[in-house]
Design a binder for this molecule. Structure first.
Ligand SMILES: Nc1ncnc2c1ncn2[C@@H]1O[C@H](COP(=O)(O)OP(=O)(O)OP(=O)(O)O)[C@@H](O)[C@H]1O
Ligand SMILES: [Mg+2]
Length: 70
């Protein structure tokens, strides 16, 4: 099963795509940098699935992909 979640937000720069799942990485003034690392942990460890950035372009938006086994 594949779930793609897209937004039309500010996007993620190429260099940051590799970092967004790292615990503590944030570009927000008051961010904890926990949302995506926790999401990936739950999807990978609990559901044996995958969470990745499928597409992102600064100024255009982002698509995250969740892959789960049947
Ligand atoms: N949908 C998105 N569009 C653009 N950038 C994003 C998106 N989701 C995450 N990011 C980038 O990835 C970083 C890490 O996201 P994450 O959710 O792990 O932490 P956070 O949102 O900064 O803080 P927290 O979720 O802990 O409050 C964000 O600070 C932002 O730079
Ligand atoms: Mg977050």
């Amino acid at each position: 099963m594949i779930i793609d979640v897209s937004d039309t937000g500010k996007g993620i720069s190429k260099q940051n795509i590799a970092k967004v799942f790292k615990p503590g990485f944030t570009t927000k003034k008051r961010g904890w940098g926990l949302g995506l690392s926790l999401s990936r942990r739950i999807i990978e460890q609990y559901h044996k699935g995958h969470l990745t950035v499928k597409y992102s372009e600064p100024g255009k938006g982002t698509t995250f992909r969740i892959v789960l086994k049947k």
